[in-house]
Design a protein around this ligand. Structure first.
Ligand SMILES: [Ca+2]
Length: 361
């Protein structure tokens, strides 16, 4: 593990940024608007996804639900996305960074730096009390691997590293958020200009549909677990494009497509399947609630945000005013910030085919 630190975001430095903010604010907005027109998700055609090399940072709560592992494997298989940094989000962020590290080691991608995100109270463990003692479901898959075993670069201050990547990038960075938002809220607090130098693409919220395609909107996990942080991000000027439960909540691989992943020898597919089996067999997971790992995946919410960072082509998009209420629901609100929302699929089959071909073929 090569440890690096950042000192860019000291209070004095932030103060000096503050004095120039007013003078340059409009210039940054103008430059970002122009740059985004060339780098917006919708501009990456699904039939020609290999031209952009969009600089991205992944912010992930990998280690609980297995969909983050699928999303990371998909991300590593997409040359359209130039991964600058992966940051762990919420709870024991050092443990989660270790899960990221093991995936990167097994996929031969130790060129990607890892940032250890802001640690928080472990709400997942609190919410799933019956699993106490086993708060991180991929612990058995980790075996004896630890964060210190990572041969790439590790930034102990993952939020500082995120800010630094965004502020130093010549092109606007896309921050892909597939976990709750404490890191992004912290980045905004430390350096508000991140909202003008980058955009957020996230698996976030529930706009017209809830879990399991219900017609009742839900308190979606990534928004509702840290409501104040979600409000800070949603109510900031940070440009946002989201796949809420409306679209990401119905993605599940079955049949022949699933078997292609299960039977593939690709490193990304092997990582996904090994971690999935371990996750299914985790202590405290009742056998009657387990999917059959020979037949289908679980719901692969987070994989959709990876695609959304490349393209909006397979969705029906809507631009809606969205605010986050005190319950942690994403509410349509004409006074809210305009958020680009992937609310329906145009072609879910095409997405699933892309996901499988990238991981398995
Ligand atoms: Ca996640």
């Amino acid at each position: 593990m090569k440890v690096k630190n950042y000192y860019l975001n000291s209070p004095d430095r932030r103060q000096s940024f503050g004095t120039i903010t007013a003078a340059f604010c409009m210039i940054f907005i103008l430059l970002f608007s122009v740059a985004c027109q060339n780098n917006a998700p919708g501009n990456a055609n699904s039939a020609n996804l290999n031209h952009s090399g969009i600089p991205v940072i992944l912010d992930t709560d990998i280690g609980d639900d297995i969909d983050d592992t699928w999303a990371l494997a998909f991300l590593l298989s997409c040359p359209e996305l130039d991964v600058k940094l992966i940051v762990s989000a919420t709870g024991n962020t050092t443990f989660r960074a270790g899960v990221i590290a093991k995936v990167l080691e097994e996929c031969g991608r130790t060129d990607i730096p890892i940032g250890i995100g802001k640690p928080t109270a472990d709400l997942f463990e609190e919410s799933f009390g019956s699993y106490r003692g086993h708060p991180y479901f991929q612990r058995s898959w980790m075996d004896h691997f630890e964060m210190a075993d990572y041969t790439g670069i590790v930034y102990p201050d993952g939020v500082g590293a995120m800010i630094d990547v965004i502020m130093k990038s010549e092109r606007p960075v896309t921050v892909i958020a597939i976990g709750p938002l404490p890191n992004l809220a912290e980045a905004l607090s430390r350096q508000p200009l991140v909202a003008e130098k980058s955009q957020v693409v996230g698996m976030l919220g529930s706009v017209r549909r809830g879990y399991n395609n219900s017609d009742k909107i839900a308190r979606e996990w990534n928004v509702a677990t840290y409501v104040e942080d979600a409000q800070r991000v949603f109510h900031s000027p940070w440009p946002m494009t989201i796949t809420p439960l409306d679209t990401c909540g119905i993605v599940k691989l079955e049949g022949a497509r699933y078997k292609r992943v299960a039977q593939s020898n690709n490193p990304a597919a092997r990582v996904v399947m090994d971690a999935y089996r371990s996750w299914l067999e985790r202590p405290g997971h009742p056998p009657e609630k387990r999917w059959d790992s020979r037949q289908s995946s679980s719901t692969l919410y987070d994989t959709v945000a990876i695609y959304l960072a490349m393209s909006t082509d397979l969705f029906k998009m809507e631009s809606l005013g969205i605010s986050v209420n005190r319950e942690g629901k994403t509410i349509i609100d004409t006074n809210g910030k305009t958020v680009h929302c992937a609310l329906e699929w145009k072609d879910l089959e095409a997405f699933e085919e892309l996901l499988v071909s990238r991981i398995a073929d």
